[in-house]
Structure formats: C-alpha cells, structure tokens
Ligand binder design. Structure first.
Ligand code: AHR
Length: 511
C-alpha cells in the first residue's frame, strides 16, 4: 500500500519543549524499590544505593524531567518520613497500590527526597515533585519546598545540609496534588479549586521570599470538560481580582503555570490481542489529542494563550494484566511502542500548548522504558521510540499531513490512520518520524518536505523483523534496536522508501 507524508517547512507550529520527553516514577511495585533503588544489595553495581545498570540505560534517554513520588502514592505521603539517617526512618503503610496483595509491601522510606534528588543529579534531569494535598496541609508542602530550595539559615535548610546537600536543590516543578478528583482526596472541582488556591498561595509566597520566579506550579485536571470548567470557574473563589485589588494580589490564575491531564488506554491483553484489538488501541491512544485540544479550549476561556501550559502528566498503555496485586507489571510489546510513536506525533502537533508530558512509568511498571531483575536491566521497545524521537527535542514542530488509508474501528470515536508522522526543523536539520501501523505488509512511503535544499543524511528503522506481540526480556532486548533503512532521495525534496510492517522510521535531512 502507498501513503504520502507532506511536511510544510514554512508552517511552524511551535518549539517542541524538551519536557515533552519527560518521565514518571512512583512508589509502586518495583519501580523505585528493586528498579531504581537497591540500597545495600550488592548483586548489582550501586552508587548511593541507586542501581547503576538502570541509571546507565536511563542516561541514554537524556531525560529532561522526572515526576515523583506519585501518582496516588503522593497524596498519602509525608516527606519527612523519608529524610535523615535511613535506619531511623519510620516504616509506613501507604494506602495505594497495596490492596489485594497478600504480603502488603509497606513503605520503608529508604528512598526519600535526598535519594530522589540524587537520582536526578545522576541523570541530569529536572525534578518534579507532587505534594500531598488530599491528606495533608499547605504547611507540610511549604516545609518541603523550604527543605529543598532554601539557601538561608533555617532549621529546614540546615537539616538538608546535615543530610548531605549544602546547596539548595532548586526543584523547579511542583505538582499540587494528583488526581484530586479520585485517590487524591475525592474533591469536587470547586473544593479542589479552594485547595489549589490555598496551596499555591503559599508556594507563591515562598517564591516571592526567594525573590525569584524559579518555581512552576501544576494543577491536576480531569478528563471531563465539566469538571475542569467548574474547577476554573471556582478558582477565583467569587472574588474580583486584579492589579491593586484584594491586598494587592493578582488573580489565582497567576498561581498556575501548568494544567495536567492523564490518559491510559488498552484493547485486549498485553500480548494476547486480536488483529481488531491491535488496531483498536491506536484509536484509543488517539484520544490524547482530543484531551489536549479540550483542555486548551477550557484554559483559553480564562487566561490569554500561552500563560498556562498543558501537561500530559501520565500517559501510556495500561493492560488488564497490570493489576494492583502484581505491582502494575505487564509485558511491553512492539504494539505498545508503536502507540507511543503515534502519541508523540499528536503531541508535536500541539507543541503550541503542551509544555510537558510524562509517560507512565519509568521502570518495571506499566509502559516502562527499562525493566530489571535482581541482576540485570534492559530496554523495552518503548525505550527505543523515545531514543529515536529524541532528535525532535529543541526543534520547531512543523505542520505535517498524511495521506493514508484510515481504518474504521467499530465502537471507537477515531479512525486509525495506517501511517502516523510528525516533523520538526532546527539548525539546518529537518527530522521526520513516520510509523507504518500495518502489521502484515510494508507501506510504500513518500515523504515530501517541500524543499529541494534538503537531502537525507540518515534513515533508521525500528522493529524491522519483530512481531507486534514480541515483548522485551533480558534475553531478547537487543533485537529491538534500530537499524539503517534503505531510502531513495529523489533530489527534489522527496524521499521514498518501504516502511516494514509495524515499524517506526526516523529520517534526518540536512540543508
Ligand atoms: O500510574 C498509576 C496510577 O494511575 C497513578 O498512581 C495514578 O495517578 C493514576 O490513576
């Protein structure tokens, strides 16, 4: 079959924020304990208790940002439990992700704030901390930011120094709760608006005290417009704000830098799915595009464009096999990786409004990028998509249209295009990613970048020869690595090639 990808180099969408390639690590199953942190276990090489085989694979991703400690875990977490000498830290139960398990894993608090921030230093990634709104207070959150970011001579800043970190960590991103309509407190939208205003007010006060605006605050939204609209409507708390009004404070909208949405999808099982379900999951993943559009529409009713960014704060495949009682583990297949490519294409198309996206989750849990056992760590197929797509970071997204067959899926809102693509440009380089979703035949693809001044410098393909149901194991992990692809540069701004069945292609063109 034949498809055409047309890139409009004169129609820039916006700069692609590096944070779109962000990640999420929750105290859940084997994500932190076992996956990232092994403490004194000497079966793998460690640095300060962090397992270096995982760290070294993650370094390959040049991760821009990492969200922690949850997820639902965050709204039942008290950060002071996780600082100071490890053998004095209290064991606690956390309410989430332990239900239905015979041996309820309690929280040892071995991995806390300093361990997380050490991990971020090793990965050269920006930390993003979600504070507890549901079962805690603005005071606890304010103390946390002071512990992390205050450079003066206070008890909390001194505790950080005693715990080994002289200089403030400078944590920039602060999430005000997580899914506060659900596990994060079951707030009605107007109640969460009250909580948001209260917490953000103190964070903002701290920013002013520091005489800098180096921190950014994130509200956790819902997937329904109704909930989000009531939340935004209520944020003013019935007050008229504005310059000079109400003790000189500005609108509470100034207390929000980002607004987040979460989206998971599934169709059939992780490895056990029909052909129809194979395509269905793409239709479901495409909902991320609608989520972004609707959130942008809601935000635009309240603030000028660009003032509040949208964060796709949790996204990815969540198969029925990933349950609370197995720590949300599932097999990670080529099909999953292909859905990732499609979602990243959609996010590029909305680079004008999306400020960050964090796939769930980093290690061992849900659509992870790295898996581990007691002795080794290896990459999943999804890792390779992130690795390939990394070339888009820091470039400007370009309008891209795809002329391809659209498959209708019964009961779904979206048709599934057989080819998904996106493109970006920067510093004399144009980068195009295109996936062929057809799993049973190659696609004859023409990519037209509309300018004969570009010629192909590299062409790479992922998953050539892999089956859509193949999943990563310690033994086969190398079989998902990228390989070179034969393409024909027609010399007039078009490139033609055969994209193998169920594959992802990356083309770099230079001027
Ligand atoms: O990522 C797993 C869970 O999914 C998170 O804890 C929660 O925020 C969401 O429901």
């Amino acid at each position: 079959m034949q498809s055409e990808v047309r890139v409009s180099s004169h129609e820039p969408i916006d700069y692609i924020s590096k944070n779109i390639y962000g990640h999420f690590a929750e105290h859940l199953g084997r994500c932190i304990y076992g996956g990232l942190w092994v403490g004194d276990d000497d079966r793998v090489e460690t640095e300060d208790g962090l397992r270096m085989d995982t760290v070294s694979l993650l370094r390959g991703l040049n991760m821009p940002v990492l969200r922690w400690p949850g997820g639902c875990f965050a709204d039942d977490y008290h950060w002071e439990d996780g600082i100071g000498p490890r053998d004095e830290r209290p064991r606690r139960r956390n309410l989430w992700w332990t239900q239905g398990r015979e041996n309820v894993p309690e929280e040892s608090n071995e991995f806390g704030t300093d361990e997380f921030l050490r991990l971020c230093q090793l990965l050269d990634t920006d930390p993003y901390i979600a504070v507890n709104v549901g079962s805690s207070t603005p005071q606890e959150a304010l103390d946390w930011i002071e512990y992390c970011n205050y450079g003066g001579d206070t008890e909390l800043a001194d505790r950080r120094r005693e715990n080994g970190q002289e200089e403030p960590y400078g944590v920039k991103y602060w999430g005000i709760g997580n899914e506060n309509w659900g596990c994060g407190g079951r707030f009605a939208p107007d109640e969460y608006a009250d909580e948001y205003r209260r917490f953000a007010n103190y964070f903002n006060g701290f920013d002013k005290l520091m005489n800098e605006e180096s921190t950014e605050f994130i509200a956790c939204g819902h997937l329904t417009d109704d909930w989000n609209e009531v939340f935004f409507d209520s944020l003013n708390g019935g007050m008229e704000y504005g310059p000079g009004s109400f003790l000189g404070m500005g609108s509470p909208f100034n207390l929000m830098d980002h607004f987040s949405v979460h989206r998971y999808y599934q169709a059939g099982g992780d490895t056990d799915f029909t052909d129809e379900q194979y395509y269905k999951i793409f239709a479901r993943a495409q909902k991320v595009g609608g989520d972004i559009d609707r959130a942008a529409e809601t935000i635009s009713q309240y603030v000028p464009e660009g003032e509040i960014g949208i964060i796709v704060d949790e996204w990815g495949v969540w198969h029925p096999e990933a349950r609370s009682d197995n720590g949300l583990e599932q097999e990670n297949t080529v099909r999953d990786a292909l859905t990732t490519a499609g979602v990243l294409d959609l996010i590029h198309a909305r680079a004008d409004v999306v400020s960050m996206a964090n796939i769930a989750q980093l290690v061992n849990v849900l659509q992870c990028l790295v898996q581990t056992d007691e002795e080794a760590a290896w990459r999943t197929p999804t890792y390779h998509v992130f690795d390939l797509y990394e070339n888009h970071i820091g470039q400007t997204a370009l309008e891209t249209s795809v002329d391809t067959e659209n498959r209708t899926i019964e009961g779904e809102d979206h048709d599934v295009p057989m080819v998904s693509a996106s493109a970006s440009e920067g510093d004399g380089e144009l980068f195009v990613t295109a996936s062929n979703r057809r799993h049973d035949e190659p696609e004859s693809l023409t990519v037209d970048v509309g300018s004969s001044s570009y010629s192909v410098s590299t062409a790479t393909v992922l998953f050539e020869g892999n089956d859509i149901r193949e999943y990563s194991t310690k033994e086969n992990a190398e079989s998902f690595e990228a390989s070179p692809l034969d393409v024909t540069d027609e010399g007039d701004g078009t490139v033609t090639f055969d994209a193998p069945p169920a594959s992802v292609v990356g083309l770099t063109l230079t001027e």
